[in-house]
Design a protein around this ligand. Structure first.
Ligand SMILES: *Cc1c(COP(=O)(O)O)cnc(C)c1O
Length: 474
Protein backbone atom coordinates (compact mmCIF):
# COMPACT_ATOMS: atom_id res chain seq x y z
CA UNK A 1 0.00 0.00 0.00
CA UNK A 2 1.48 3.33 -0.97
CA UNK A 3 1.10 6.54 0.95
CA UNK A 4 -1.59 7.90 -1.31
CA UNK A 5 -3.76 4.84 -0.86
CA UNK A 6 -3.11 4.84 2.88
CA UNK A 7 -4.29 8.41 3.13
CA UNK A 8 -7.40 7.73 1.06
CA UNK A 9 -8.42 4.62 3.01
CA UNK A 10 -7.63 6.22 6.33
CA UNK A 11 -10.01 9.09 5.57
CA UNK A 12 -12.60 6.56 4.50
CA UNK A 13 -12.25 4.70 7.80
CA UNK A 14 -12.33 7.87 9.86
CA UNK A 15 -15.56 8.84 8.12
CA UNK A 16 -16.98 5.42 8.86
CA UNK A 17 -15.84 5.68 12.51
CA UNK A 18 -17.44 9.09 12.97
CA UNK A 19 -20.70 7.90 11.38
CA UNK A 20 -20.67 4.75 13.48
CA UNK A 21 -20.35 6.70 16.70
CA UNK A 22 -23.00 9.20 15.56
CA UNK A 23 -25.46 6.47 14.58
CA UNK A 24 -24.61 3.92 17.24
CA UNK A 25 -28.09 4.06 18.73
CA UNK A 26 -29.50 2.58 15.51
CA UNK A 27 -27.65 -0.71 16.10
CA UNK A 28 -29.03 -3.53 18.28
CA UNK A 29 -26.96 -3.26 21.47
CA UNK A 30 -26.44 -7.00 21.74
CA UNK A 31 -25.45 -8.78 18.56
CA UNK A 32 -28.40 -10.73 17.21
CA UNK A 33 -26.23 -13.35 15.54
CA UNK A 34 -26.45 -17.07 16.36
CA UNK A 35 -23.51 -19.37 17.09
CA UNK A 36 -21.65 -20.13 13.86
CA UNK A 37 -23.31 -17.35 11.82
CA UNK A 38 -20.08 -15.43 11.35
CA UNK A 39 -17.82 -18.45 11.09
CA UNK A 40 -19.84 -19.79 8.17
CA UNK A 41 -19.39 -16.56 6.29
CA UNK A 42 -15.62 -16.70 6.62
CA UNK A 43 -13.69 -18.72 4.02
CA UNK A 44 -12.00 -21.85 5.38
CA UNK A 45 -8.66 -20.88 3.85
CA UNK A 46 -6.65 -17.64 3.73
CA UNK A 47 -6.48 -15.84 0.37
CA UNK A 48 -3.52 -16.85 -1.73
CA UNK A 49 -3.18 -13.46 -3.35
CA UNK A 50 -3.66 -10.10 -1.66
CA UNK A 51 -7.17 -8.66 -1.82
CA UNK A 52 -8.18 -5.05 -2.50
CA UNK A 53 -8.92 -2.82 0.47
CA UNK A 54 -12.46 -2.14 -0.76
CA UNK A 55 -13.31 -5.82 -0.53
CA UNK A 56 -11.84 -6.24 2.96
CA UNK A 57 -13.64 -3.17 4.24
CA UNK A 58 -16.89 -4.26 2.62
CA UNK A 59 -16.68 -7.60 4.45
CA UNK A 60 -15.92 -5.82 7.71
CA UNK A 61 -19.24 -4.01 7.39
CA UNK A 62 -21.14 -6.95 5.97
CA UNK A 63 -19.81 -9.93 7.90
CA UNK A 64 -18.20 -8.59 11.07
CA UNK A 65 -20.48 -5.75 12.19
CA UNK A 66 -23.60 -7.96 12.52
CA UNK A 67 -21.61 -10.10 14.95
CA UNK A 68 -20.57 -7.14 17.09
CA UNK A 69 -22.14 -6.31 20.43
CA UNK A 70 -21.98 -2.55 20.66
CA UNK A 71 -20.18 -1.79 23.89
CA UNK A 72 -20.12 1.92 23.12
CA UNK A 73 -23.92 2.08 22.77
CA UNK A 74 -25.27 4.31 25.55
CA UNK A 75 -27.86 1.65 26.39
CA UNK A 76 -25.17 -0.90 27.10
CA UNK A 77 -25.86 -1.61 30.79
CA UNK A 78 -24.34 -5.10 30.90
CA UNK A 79 -21.36 -6.51 32.86
CA UNK A 80 -19.19 -3.50 33.53
CA UNK A 81 -18.60 -1.14 30.62
CA UNK A 82 -15.43 -1.27 28.54
CA UNK A 83 -15.60 2.39 27.72
CA UNK A 84 -13.93 4.12 24.87
CA UNK A 85 -14.12 7.75 23.80
CA UNK A 86 -13.37 9.60 20.61
CA UNK A 87 -10.15 11.03 22.06
CA UNK A 88 -8.98 7.59 23.14
CA UNK A 89 -9.58 6.19 19.67
CA UNK A 90 -7.52 8.99 18.16
CA UNK A 91 -4.63 8.17 20.48
CA UNK A 92 -4.96 4.47 19.64
CA UNK A 93 -4.53 5.31 15.96
CA UNK A 94 -1.21 6.94 16.77
CA UNK A 95 -0.15 4.00 18.95
CA UNK A 96 -0.81 1.61 16.09
CA UNK A 97 1.02 3.87 13.66
CA UNK A 98 4.11 4.15 15.84
CA UNK A 99 3.99 0.42 16.50
CA UNK A 100 6.48 0.78 19.31
CA UNK A 101 7.29 -2.06 21.62
CA UNK A 102 7.77 -0.61 25.07
CA UNK A 103 9.62 -3.30 26.97
CA UNK A 104 12.62 -1.19 27.98
CA UNK A 105 13.38 2.46 28.42
CA UNK A 106 15.66 2.37 25.40
CA UNK A 107 13.01 0.82 23.12
CA UNK A 108 11.11 4.13 23.43
CA UNK A 109 12.16 6.51 26.20
CA UNK A 110 8.99 8.60 25.76
CA UNK A 111 6.76 5.60 26.37
CA UNK A 112 8.45 4.75 29.65
CA UNK A 113 8.64 8.31 30.91
CA UNK A 114 5.09 9.15 29.86
CA UNK A 115 3.85 6.02 31.63
CA UNK A 116 5.73 7.04 34.76
CA UNK A 117 4.23 10.52 34.73
CA UNK A 118 0.68 9.51 33.80
CA UNK A 119 0.63 6.91 36.56
CA UNK A 120 1.64 9.62 39.03
CA UNK A 121 -1.24 11.75 37.77
CA UNK A 122 -3.62 8.87 38.11
CA UNK A 123 -2.39 8.01 41.60
CA UNK A 124 -2.98 11.57 42.72
CA UNK A 125 -6.35 11.77 40.96
CA UNK A 126 -7.69 8.78 42.89
CA UNK A 127 -6.18 9.88 46.19
CA UNK A 128 -3.59 7.16 46.71
CA UNK A 129 -0.67 8.25 48.91
CA UNK A 130 2.61 9.21 47.23
CA UNK A 131 4.18 6.03 48.58
CA UNK A 132 2.48 4.18 45.71
CA UNK A 133 4.17 3.67 42.34
CA UNK A 134 2.19 2.69 39.28
CA UNK A 135 2.64 0.62 36.15
CA UNK A 136 0.18 -0.14 33.37
CA UNK A 137 -0.84 -3.78 32.95
CA UNK A 138 -3.05 -5.25 30.26
CA UNK A 139 -5.83 -6.32 32.63
CA UNK A 140 -6.78 -6.52 36.29
CA UNK A 141 -6.44 -10.30 36.03
CA UNK A 142 -2.75 -9.89 35.21
CA UNK A 143 -2.27 -7.30 37.95
CA UNK A 144 -3.74 -9.68 40.52
CA UNK A 145 -1.38 -12.43 39.36
CA UNK A 146 1.49 -9.95 39.82
CA UNK A 147 0.24 -9.07 43.30
CA UNK A 148 -0.06 -12.63 44.54
CA UNK A 149 3.24 -13.65 42.95
CA UNK A 150 5.00 -10.78 44.67
CA UNK A 151 3.34 -11.76 47.95
CA UNK A 152 4.51 -15.34 47.46
CA UNK A 153 8.06 -14.30 46.63
CA UNK A 154 8.38 -11.78 49.42
CA UNK A 155 7.17 -14.37 51.91
CA UNK A 156 9.70 -16.97 50.70
CA UNK A 157 12.48 -14.41 50.46
CA UNK A 158 12.41 -14.91 46.70
CA UNK A 159 13.19 -18.61 47.03
CA UNK A 160 10.03 -20.00 45.43
CA UNK A 161 10.98 -18.44 42.11
CA UNK A 162 14.18 -20.41 42.30
CA UNK A 163 13.23 -23.71 43.91
CA UNK A 164 9.58 -24.05 43.12
CA UNK A 165 6.75 -24.71 45.54
CA UNK A 166 7.79 -28.24 46.50
CA UNK A 167 8.82 -27.94 50.11
CA UNK A 168 6.38 -25.25 51.04
CA UNK A 169 3.69 -25.35 53.70
CA UNK A 170 0.12 -24.72 52.58
CA UNK A 171 -0.29 -21.03 51.78
CA UNK A 172 -3.80 -19.60 52.00
CA UNK A 173 -5.24 -16.63 50.10
CA UNK A 174 -8.48 -15.08 51.37
CA UNK A 175 -11.20 -13.19 49.60
CA UNK A 176 -14.96 -12.87 49.91
CA UNK A 177 -17.49 -15.22 48.35
CA UNK A 178 -18.42 -12.32 46.04
CA UNK A 179 -14.87 -11.80 44.75
CA UNK A 180 -14.06 -11.90 41.05
CA UNK A 181 -13.11 -15.12 39.26
CA UNK A 182 -9.71 -13.62 38.42
CA UNK A 183 -8.65 -14.18 42.05
CA UNK A 184 -9.23 -17.92 41.72
CA UNK A 185 -7.49 -17.90 38.35
CA UNK A 186 -4.47 -16.18 39.87
CA UNK A 187 -4.26 -18.64 42.76
CA UNK A 188 -4.45 -21.50 40.26
CA UNK A 189 -1.82 -20.27 37.85
CA UNK A 190 0.75 -19.25 40.45
CA UNK A 191 0.74 -22.75 41.86
CA UNK A 192 -0.93 -22.17 45.21
CA UNK A 193 -3.93 -24.26 44.19
CA UNK A 194 -7.54 -23.15 44.07
CA UNK A 195 -8.29 -25.40 47.07
CA UNK A 196 -6.19 -22.93 49.06
CA UNK A 197 -8.31 -19.96 48.15
CA UNK A 198 -10.55 -19.40 51.14
CA UNK A 199 -13.82 -17.64 50.34
CA UNK A 200 -15.14 -15.85 53.38
CA UNK A 201 -18.92 -15.31 53.61
CA UNK A 202 -20.32 -11.81 53.13
CA UNK A 203 -22.46 -9.59 55.34
CA UNK A 204 -25.86 -8.22 54.33
CA UNK A 205 -24.25 -5.59 52.09
CA UNK A 206 -22.37 -8.37 50.23
CA UNK A 207 -19.04 -7.12 51.62
CA UNK A 208 -16.64 -9.50 53.34
CA UNK A 209 -17.51 -10.38 56.94
CA UNK A 210 -14.20 -9.32 58.45
CA UNK A 211 -14.83 -10.92 61.83
CA UNK A 212 -15.20 -14.28 60.12
CA UNK A 213 -12.03 -13.67 58.16
CA UNK A 214 -10.16 -13.02 61.40
CA UNK A 215 -11.43 -16.25 62.97
CA UNK A 216 -10.69 -18.28 59.85
CA UNK A 217 -7.09 -17.05 59.77
CA UNK A 218 -6.59 -18.00 63.42
CA UNK A 219 -7.99 -21.47 62.70
CA UNK A 220 -5.72 -21.89 59.69
CA UNK A 221 -2.63 -20.85 61.65
CA UNK A 222 -3.60 -23.41 64.28
CA UNK A 223 -3.60 -26.05 61.55
CA UNK A 224 -0.09 -25.05 60.51
CA UNK A 225 -1.06 -23.20 57.34
CA UNK A 226 0.51 -19.91 56.23
CA UNK A 227 -1.96 -17.05 55.67
CA UNK A 228 -0.36 -15.35 52.68
CA UNK A 229 -2.67 -12.67 51.35
CA UNK A 230 -6.08 -11.06 51.48
CA UNK A 231 -7.73 -9.71 48.36
CA UNK A 232 -10.19 -6.93 49.14
CA UNK A 233 -12.96 -6.18 46.66
CA UNK A 234 -13.48 -2.48 46.18
CA UNK A 235 -16.64 -2.94 44.17
CA UNK A 236 -17.58 -6.58 43.65
CA UNK A 237 -18.64 -7.53 40.15
CA UNK A 238 -22.06 -8.70 41.31
CA UNK A 239 -23.24 -5.58 43.12
CA UNK A 240 -20.19 -3.28 43.66
CA UNK A 241 -20.09 -4.15 47.36
CA UNK A 242 -17.19 -2.42 49.11
CA UNK A 243 -15.02 -4.46 51.47
CA UNK A 244 -13.67 -2.48 54.41
CA UNK A 245 -10.03 -1.78 53.60
CA UNK A 246 -9.52 -0.46 57.09
CA UNK A 247 -10.64 -3.67 58.76
CA UNK A 248 -8.81 -5.88 56.27
CA UNK A 249 -5.72 -3.72 56.67
CA UNK A 250 -5.73 -4.24 60.42
CA UNK A 251 -6.07 -8.00 59.92
CA UNK A 252 -3.35 -8.10 57.26
CA UNK A 253 -1.02 -6.17 59.52
CA UNK A 254 -1.72 -8.36 62.54
CA UNK A 255 -0.99 -11.58 60.64
CA UNK A 256 1.75 -10.16 58.43
CA UNK A 257 -0.18 -10.75 55.23
CA UNK A 258 -0.17 -9.07 51.82
CA UNK A 259 -3.22 -6.90 51.15
CA UNK A 260 -4.25 -6.53 47.52
CA UNK A 261 -7.19 -4.36 46.51
CA UNK A 262 -9.19 -5.34 43.44
CA UNK A 263 -10.92 -2.09 42.46
CA UNK A 264 -11.12 -3.04 38.78
CA UNK A 265 -14.36 -1.22 38.11
CA UNK A 266 -15.15 0.98 41.10
CA UNK A 267 -11.65 2.44 41.50
CA UNK A 268 -12.58 5.15 39.01
CA UNK A 269 -15.10 6.57 41.50
CA UNK A 270 -12.13 7.57 43.68
CA UNK A 271 -11.63 10.60 41.44
CA UNK A 272 -14.50 11.99 43.53
CA UNK A 273 -13.46 13.16 47.01
CA UNK A 274 -16.87 12.10 48.36
CA UNK A 275 -15.96 8.46 47.62
CA UNK A 276 -12.50 8.46 49.19
CA UNK A 277 -13.99 6.79 52.26
CA UNK A 278 -13.67 3.62 50.19
CA UNK A 279 -9.89 3.72 50.68
CA UNK A 280 -9.88 4.52 54.37
CA UNK A 281 -6.96 2.53 55.74
CA UNK A 282 -5.04 2.57 52.42
CA UNK A 283 -1.68 2.75 54.20
CA UNK A 284 -1.83 -0.99 54.95
CA UNK A 285 -2.48 -1.85 51.29
CA UNK A 286 0.41 -3.45 49.42
CA UNK A 287 -1.08 -3.38 45.94
CA UNK A 288 -4.08 -1.83 44.23
CA UNK A 289 -5.53 -2.28 40.75
CA UNK A 290 -8.21 -0.46 38.79
CA UNK A 291 -9.11 -0.38 35.13
CA UNK A 292 -9.25 2.92 33.24
CA UNK A 293 -10.46 0.64 30.43
CA UNK A 294 -13.70 0.07 32.27
CA UNK A 295 -15.07 3.36 33.51
CA UNK A 296 -12.46 5.98 32.56
CA UNK A 297 -13.15 6.33 28.83
CA UNK A 298 -9.82 4.78 27.82
CA UNK A 299 -10.35 2.00 25.33
CA UNK A 300 -9.39 -1.54 26.22
CA UNK A 301 -6.78 -2.47 27.39
CA UNK A 302 -5.40 -0.32 30.17
CA UNK A 303 -5.19 -1.45 33.76
CA UNK A 304 -3.50 0.69 36.42
CA UNK A 305 -1.52 -1.28 38.97
CA UNK A 306 -0.06 0.47 42.03
CA UNK A 307 2.35 -0.96 44.58
CA UNK A 308 4.03 0.30 47.72
CA UNK A 309 7.19 -1.72 47.11
CA UNK A 310 8.17 -1.58 43.44
CA UNK A 311 11.50 -3.24 44.23
CA UNK A 312 9.75 -6.40 45.36
CA UNK A 313 7.69 -6.38 42.17
CA UNK A 314 10.75 -6.01 39.97
CA UNK A 315 12.67 -8.62 41.95
CA UNK A 316 9.81 -11.05 41.35
CA UNK A 317 9.99 -10.73 37.58
CA UNK A 318 13.47 -9.51 36.67
CA UNK A 319 15.55 -11.64 34.35
CA UNK A 320 18.35 -9.98 32.44
CA UNK A 321 19.76 -11.99 29.56
CA UNK A 322 22.64 -10.48 27.66
CA UNK A 323 20.53 -9.44 24.68
CA UNK A 324 18.32 -7.24 26.88
CA UNK A 325 21.14 -5.41 28.67
CA UNK A 326 21.46 -1.72 27.89
CA UNK A 327 23.79 1.07 28.96
CA UNK A 328 20.94 2.90 30.65
CA UNK A 329 19.65 0.05 32.83
CA UNK A 330 20.65 1.79 36.04
CA UNK A 331 18.84 5.13 36.22
CA UNK A 332 15.68 4.22 34.32
CA UNK A 333 12.62 2.03 34.61
CA UNK A 334 12.42 -1.01 32.38
CA UNK A 335 8.78 -1.95 32.57
CA UNK A 336 9.41 -5.44 31.16
CA UNK A 337 10.44 -6.28 34.76
CA UNK A 338 7.22 -4.91 36.24
CA UNK A 339 4.94 -7.71 35.12
CA UNK A 340 4.51 -10.88 33.10
CA UNK A 341 4.90 -9.62 29.57
CA UNK A 342 8.17 -8.81 27.93
CA UNK A 343 6.63 -6.94 25.01
CA UNK A 344 4.35 -4.10 25.96
CA UNK A 345 1.97 -1.87 24.06
CA UNK A 346 2.27 1.90 24.35
CA UNK A 347 -0.83 2.22 26.54
CA UNK A 348 0.13 5.40 28.37
CA UNK A 349 -0.50 7.48 25.26
CA UNK A 350 -4.28 7.05 25.18
CA UNK A 351 -4.53 7.61 28.92
CA UNK A 352 -2.57 10.85 28.55
CA UNK A 353 -4.88 11.97 25.73
CA UNK A 354 -7.98 11.10 27.75
CA UNK A 355 -6.90 12.84 30.95
CA UNK A 356 -5.81 15.97 29.08
CA UNK A 357 -8.92 16.06 26.90
CA UNK A 358 -11.46 15.80 29.72
CA UNK A 359 -9.33 17.34 32.45
CA UNK A 360 -9.56 16.13 36.02
CA UNK A 361 -12.75 18.08 36.66
CA UNK A 362 -14.30 16.93 33.38
CA UNK A 363 -13.74 13.32 34.40
CA UNK A 364 -15.17 14.01 37.85
CA UNK A 365 -18.24 15.58 36.32
CA UNK A 366 -18.96 12.58 34.10
CA UNK A 367 -18.42 10.02 36.85
CA UNK A 368 -20.54 12.01 39.29
CA UNK A 369 -23.33 12.27 36.71
CA UNK A 370 -23.28 8.50 36.10
CA UNK A 371 -23.66 7.85 39.81
CA UNK A 372 -26.47 10.41 40.12
CA UNK A 373 -28.43 8.86 37.27
CA UNK A 374 -28.08 5.41 38.83
CA UNK A 375 -29.13 6.69 42.25
CA UNK A 376 -32.19 8.25 40.70
CA UNK A 377 -33.21 5.05 38.95
CA UNK A 378 -32.52 3.09 42.14
CA UNK A 379 -35.02 5.35 43.95
CA UNK A 380 -37.61 4.76 41.23
CA UNK A 381 -37.15 1.00 41.58
CA UNK A 382 -37.24 1.19 45.34
CA UNK A 383 -40.53 3.09 45.21
CA UNK A 384 -42.18 0.81 42.67
CA UNK A 385 -44.61 -1.86 43.77
CA UNK A 386 -43.54 -4.35 41.11
CA UNK A 387 -39.77 -4.25 41.45
CA UNK A 388 -37.36 -4.43 44.34
CA UNK A 389 -33.71 -3.58 44.87
CA UNK A 390 -31.66 -6.64 45.75
CA UNK A 391 -28.49 -5.00 47.09
CA UNK A 392 -27.33 -1.57 48.25
CA UNK A 393 -26.38 0.77 45.39
CA UNK A 394 -23.21 2.51 46.60
CA UNK A 395 -22.27 3.62 43.06
CA UNK A 396 -23.91 3.04 39.69
CA UNK A 397 -24.64 -0.68 39.58
CA UNK A 398 -28.27 -1.51 40.27
CA UNK A 399 -29.29 -5.04 41.22
CA UNK A 400 -33.04 -5.52 41.11
CA UNK A 401 -35.76 -7.96 40.20
CA UNK A 402 -39.42 -8.13 39.39
CA UNK A 403 -41.29 -9.27 42.47
CA UNK A 404 -44.91 -10.22 41.76
CA UNK A 405 -46.91 -9.80 44.95
CA UNK A 406 -48.82 -13.04 44.76
CA UNK A 407 -45.70 -15.19 44.20
CA UNK A 408 -43.51 -16.59 46.98
CA UNK A 409 -41.72 -19.42 45.22
CA UNK A 410 -38.07 -18.43 44.67
CA UNK A 411 -37.60 -20.67 41.65
CA UNK A 412 -40.65 -19.25 39.92
CA UNK A 413 -39.58 -15.68 40.62
CA UNK A 414 -36.14 -16.52 39.27
CA UNK A 415 -37.63 -17.98 36.09
CA UNK A 416 -39.80 -14.94 35.44
CA UNK A 417 -36.84 -12.61 35.87
CA UNK A 418 -34.70 -14.72 33.59
CA UNK A 419 -37.46 -14.55 31.03
CA UNK A 420 -37.76 -10.80 31.44
CA UNK A 421 -34.04 -10.31 30.87
CA UNK A 422 -34.16 -12.61 27.83
CA UNK A 423 -36.89 -10.46 26.28
CA UNK A 424 -35.03 -7.23 27.04
CA UNK A 425 -31.80 -8.39 25.45
CA UNK A 426 -33.43 -9.99 22.43
CA UNK A 427 -35.03 -6.63 21.62
CA UNK A 428 -31.64 -5.09 20.86
CA UNK A 429 -32.84 -1.94 22.61
CA UNK A 430 -30.67 -2.42 25.64
CA UNK A 431 -28.24 -4.96 26.99
CA UNK A 432 -28.22 -5.93 30.66
CA UNK A 433 -26.82 -8.99 32.42
CA UNK A 434 -27.66 -10.87 35.60
CA UNK A 435 -26.06 -12.23 38.72
CA UNK A 436 -27.22 -14.34 41.64
CA UNK A 437 -27.35 -12.95 45.16
CA UNK A 438 -28.30 -15.40 47.91
CA UNK A 439 -29.82 -17.71 45.33
CA UNK A 440 -31.98 -15.01 43.78
CA UNK A 441 -31.70 -14.31 40.06
CA UNK A 442 -30.98 -10.61 39.87
CA UNK A 443 -30.94 -8.24 36.89
CA UNK A 444 -28.00 -5.82 36.88
CA UNK A 445 -27.97 -2.41 35.26
CA UNK A 446 -24.71 -0.48 35.19
CA UNK A 447 -25.16 3.19 34.30
CA UNK A 448 -21.61 3.99 33.22
CA UNK A 449 -21.34 4.12 29.44
CA UNK A 450 -19.27 7.06 28.17
CA UNK A 451 -22.18 8.79 26.42
CA UNK A 452 -25.10 7.66 28.56
CA UNK A 453 -27.60 10.42 29.34
CA UNK A 454 -30.76 10.68 31.33
CA UNK A 455 -32.94 10.02 28.29
CA UNK A 456 -31.21 6.67 27.72
CA UNK A 457 -31.87 5.61 31.28
CA UNK A 458 -35.49 6.82 31.16
CA UNK A 459 -36.10 5.03 27.87
CA UNK A 460 -34.56 1.84 29.21
CA UNK A 461 -36.70 1.92 32.32
CA UNK A 462 -39.86 2.57 30.31
CA UNK A 463 -38.98 -0.32 28.07
CA UNK A 464 -38.40 -2.62 31.05
CA UNK A 465 -41.84 -1.74 32.42
CA UNK A 466 -43.49 -2.26 29.02
CA UNK A 467 -41.78 -5.62 28.58
CA UNK A 468 -42.96 -6.67 32.00
CA UNK A 469 -46.55 -5.95 31.02
CA UNK A 470 -46.09 -8.16 27.96
CA UNK A 471 -44.80 -11.02 30.08
CA UNK A 472 -47.53 -10.61 32.69
CA UNK A 473 -50.28 -10.89 30.08
CA UNK A 474 -48.70 -13.92 28.40
C1 LIG B 1 -13.73 -6.74 35.53
C2 LIG B 1 -13.19 -7.17 36.82
C3 LIG B 1 -11.99 -7.91 36.90
C4 LIG B 1 -11.27 -8.41 35.69
O1 LIG B 1 -10.80 -7.38 34.91
P1 LIG B 1 -9.89 -7.67 33.64
O2 LIG B 1 -9.19 -6.38 33.43
O3 LIG B 1 -10.81 -8.04 32.53
O4 LIG B 1 -8.97 -8.77 33.98
C5 LIG B 1 -11.50 -8.20 38.15
N1 LIG B 1 -12.13 -7.81 39.26
C6 LIG B 1 -13.28 -7.12 39.23
C7 LIG B 1 -13.94 -6.70 40.51
C8 LIG B 1 -13.84 -6.78 38.01
O5 LIG B 1 -14.99 -6.10 37.98
Amino acid sequence: MNSEEFRKYAYELVNWMADYLDDIESYPVKSQSKPGDILHKLPAHPPKEGEPFEKIFHDFQDVIIPGITHWQHPQFFAYFPANSSRISVLAEMLTATLGTQCMSWVTSPAATELEERVMEWLRDMIGLPETFTGVIQDTASTATICALLTAREKRSEFQTNKKGLYSQRKHIVYCSSESHSSIEKAVKVIGLGSANLCRIPVDDTYAIASGRLHNQIEDDIEKGYVPLAVVAALGTTGSTAIDSIKKLGDIAEKFNMWLHVDAAYAGTALVLPEYRWMIDGIKHVDSFVFNPHKWMFTNFDCSAYFVQDPEALVKTFEILPEYLKTNEDEPVKNYRDWGLQLGRRFRALKLWFVIRHYGFSGLQKKIRRHIEMAQELARTIDNSTEFELMAPVPLNTICFRYRPEELDDLEKINTINEELLGHLNASGKLFATHTRLDGAYVIRLVIGQTEVEERHVDEAWEFICETLELIETE
